[in-house]
Design a binder for this molecule. Structure first.
Ligand code: PGA
Length: 221
């Protein structure tokens, strides 16, 4: 059975109380994941410690990831949260989400530094691209294909097109093992994507904010 990743991207949402409430609801749902599915929850930096302690203590089948990392190592970089700090609480990080590129002016060079640092500290990277124009840095093994027009719009890309893009990425970069699709994924449409032969999972944003919606996605994926 092929491996499926579900990367839940909370984006800039949730207070500490809301995050714990989400986790408590998830625990009550007594979810169990088949071995081929990996669920990664990516909250804001301020929530990483609480989320990761809760998951460990209550033995939930969820990995923790960050939504971004600093392009610098530790040092005099005010406001930045670096890969080594994130590794204390999580195993994954998203890098290059289109919202980072668009609202924070992140360039390919900045993103390349982030990828190098995530590799240095052993974080698994989900590297996002929007189209064939974005290049993938050497050594990235998980890529997220997220067309901008599909993010938060309720208008997902067609599964056939997403599959074609996933095939293209795997063909162009021999080091990429997994390609995920992101953009308006919900429980009702997730299977259309995960059934495609070149797609290895999904990145739900809005639908991950409610555990019922997210676990619907996990179940149907
Ligand atoms: P969405 O976001 O599911 O809300 O469209 C996906 C993403 O940006 O990762």
């Amino acid at each position: 059975m092929k491996k499926i990743f579900i990367i839940a991207n909370w984006k800039s949402n949730k207070s500490q109380i809301e995050a714990i409430d989400w986790l408590e609801q998830a625990e009550e749902m007594e979810i169990s994941l088949p071995e081929n599915k990996t669920l990664v929850l990516c909250p804001s930096f301020t929530l990483l410690a609480d989320v990761s302690f809760f998951i460990q203590e209550h033995k939930l089948p969820i990995y923790v990831g960050a939504q971004d990392i600093s392009p610098f190592d530790s040092g005099a970089y005010t406001g930045a949260v670096n890969a080594k700090q994130i590794k204390e609480f999580g195993d994954y990080t998203i890098i290059g989400h289109s919202e980072r590129r668009r609202f924070f002016n992140e360039t390919d060079e900045i993103l390349k530094n982030k990828v190098e640092l995530s590799q240095k500290y052993g974080l698994k990277t989900i590297y996002c691209v929007q189209s064939k124009n974005d290049t993938v840095p050497e050594g990235v093994d998980i890529v997220g294909y997220e067309p901008v027009g599909s993010i938060g719009t309720g208008q997902p890309d067609s599964p056939e097109n997403a599959n074609e893009m996933a095939k293209y990425i795997k063909g162009k970069y021999s080091f990429v093992q997994f390609v995920l699709y992101g953009g308006s994924v919900i429980a009702e449409n997730v299977a259309n994507f995960t059934q495609q032969s070149y797609i290895d999972g999904v990145i739900p944003g809005g639908a991950s904010l409610d555990p019922k919606n997210l676990f619907g996605i996990v179940e149907n994926s």
